[in-house]
Design a protein around this ligand. Sequence first.
Ligand SMILES: [Zn+2]
Length: 107
Amino acid sequence: MKGLFWKREKKPKYVTSINELLIFYTQCATCGELFRTVIRKNSELSQNFESENTYEVQKELIGSYCPNRIHVHLWLNQGLKLLKQTVTGGKLLTEEEYTRLKEEKNQ
Ligand SMILES: [Zn+2]
C-alpha cells in the first residue's frame, strides 16, 4: 500500500519529538526574535483528563530583545501530534522556517 504514504496530507510540523524531549520553535511578534524550546516529556507534559488521552504544554517565553512575552499553549494527542495551539505574542514556526530565518539573521 505504498500509495497511501504519498497521498498523506502534508501539514506543517510544529512539534518535534526526540526521545524524552519535545522541541518547538517560536518567533516573537514584536521583534522577530527566534526561540527554540525544549520540553521534557516526563516533567513538563501534563495529561489532560477532561478531554481524554491528550497532553498539554504551557510555556512562557521571554526574549532578550524586547519586553514582549510569548505564551504558548499546545494540546497533543497520545502520539504527541499537535491537535491545537494557542500562541499569544508570537507564532509557531516549523523547524525549516526557524532554520531559514536563523540563517537570514546571521547574514
Ligand atoms: Zn521580542
